[in-house]
Design a protein around this ligand. Structure first.
Ligand code: HEM
Length: 409
């Protein structure tokens, strides 16, 4: 794929700069001329949407920090101060809190898009693996951010999740003390979570840079799941995809704004309006919706260590996806059998999310166990087996043939 553009800048200042630091031709090569498959649909706009959400989170976060105090005796009140006294403080806070939720909406769509069209397959393994690391870093960031307002759910969420590490034999309790910076979740815990919550988004930004770099080496996958063969198959990124991305970003932001302005606490838990109280455990400790499928897996296993291992394995397994799926066609469009299992996986993940919000008992516990089992069966059994037994539909000779039809191509 192209690197720097060979474009000759007409503006003398631009030419002068570019001869000394070819930053303009780099931008031109990567964001303007970049040859992009001509058949990308709207599911391909979520990468741009994610980048937009990351910027919104960074900007709102940096201003929130100017008024927030990371101390157990002041954190809760400083958030109230932001909401009541700081000019537009309420907007900053609701944008940041709902921004996290919408960041996850976008990342889940982005990941499932990759699963449907086989975007994790060769030659995009590294791109995919960096994506998985981004996802894990996003979860760590969101978890630590949620603790900062120091409400009841913040505190008890931190207690439950940090305590998971105590499940490891021998070293477990030392790890937990080390994480807490003391013998309970307290001020040192809040301060280190604050520090890391500020740091990690910049690490995320660096990871996104690598992610997009890897993408620009291999080029995009596309709905047909076949590689670009000639210039007929591509369009320049600008204006075709800049405009398509921009349109999708605006629509996405409108829905997000609907939540921010009309129902800012719809996705939250009301008990987080109460100050953290180590003496009073809430009846139900539930994480934010985007963690619920993982929470369901954690509680599905009767043994604590087993639950922790299963939960972490559900993420680790994603790294091996490019090697578990060896099918001849990448895209589910040409794999009728895989397509059904894909939708079953979507249903299983949503079911896990619903089960994660219920108390871990009775029939919901059984549902969570079956869904957890299926999640692993899908990746470890169904994918490898389908690779051998499924006969894909006939693939088009090229992207342009798929788009324009055989005759025109
Ligand atoms: C902050 C989070 C992320 C950002 C900003 C981001 C950004 C992008 C962008 C801009 C693209 C190109 C446009 C597109 O295909 O939508 C892309 C592609 C891709 N991303 Fe991400 N991404 C993020 C997270 C992830 C995660 C968590 C995964 C997987 C676990 C992932 C896997 C991929 C793959 C496989 C592609 C290639 C898609 C294709 O061409 O078919 N990304 N990403």
């Amino acid at each position: 794929m192209s690197g720097h553009s060979a474009y000759e800048f007409k503006n003398p200042v631009a030419r002068w700069l570019d001869e000394r630091l070819p930053i303009l031709s780099l931008v031109r090569g990567q964001l303007v001329d970049f040859p992009t498959p001509r058949n990308l649909n709207y599911w391909w706009t979520f990468g741009g949407i994610l980048a937009t959400m990351l910027v919104i989170q960074l900007l709102t976060g940096i201003v929130l920090v100017m008024h927030y105090t990371p101390h157990v005796s002041m954190a809760f009140d400083s958030v109230e101060h932001i909401m009541r006294d700081v000019n537009w403080g309420w907007l900053l806070r609701w944008m940041h809190a709902n921004g996290a939720a919408f960041f996850f909406v976008a990342v889940y769509i982005h990941i499932f898009r990759g699963l449907y069209y086989g975007s994790y397959r060769s030659p995009r393994e590294i791109l995919w693996m960096i994506g998985v690391i981004i996802f894990i870093a996003m979860m760590a960031t969101a978890f630590m951010g949620y603790v900062l307002p120091w409400g009841q759910m913040s505190y008890w969420g931190a207690v439950v999740i940090t305590n998971l590490f105590s499940a490891f034999p021998i070293v477990g309790k030392y790890i937990v003390t080390w994480l807490w910076g003391g013998f309970t979740v307290g001020n040192p815990t809040l301060q280190r979570f604050f520090s890391l919550h500020y740091l990690l988004p910049f690490v995320l930004a660096a990871l996104v840079f690598l992610h997009v770099w890897a993408l620009h080496i291999t080029g995009n996958n596309n709905p047909e799941g076949i590689e670009v063969k000639s210039s007929e198959d591509t369009l320049p990124f600008h204006p075709y995809y800049t405009m398509k991305d921009l349109f999708a970003i605006v629509v996405f932001l409108l829905v997000y704004a609907g939540f921010v302005f009309y129902s800012p606490w719809y996705l939250g838990h009301h008990i987080n309006f109460e100050h953290a109280n180590p003496m009073s455990t809430p009846a139900h400790i539930v994480p934010e919706w985007y963690f619920l499928p993982f929470y369901a897996m954690l509680r599905a296993i009767p043994n604590k260590l087993g639950g922790v291992l299963v939960m972490f394995s559900s993420l680790i397994i994603l790294f091996f996806l490019p090697w578990l799926d060896r099918a001849k066609a990448k895209s589910a469009k040409y794999r009728p059998l895989y397509r059904q299992f894909f939708w079953l996986l979507v249903i299983v993940c949503i079911t896990l999310g619903i089960a994660g919000a219920q108390p871990a008992q009775g029939s919901w516990l059984l549902v969570a166990r079956l869904a957890t089992a299926w999640y692993f069966i899908h990746f470890l059994v169904i994918l490898p087996v389908l690779s051998f037994i499924e006969k894909p539909r006939e693939l088009p000779a090229s992207i342009s043939e798929a788009v324009l039809g055989k005759d025109k191509a």
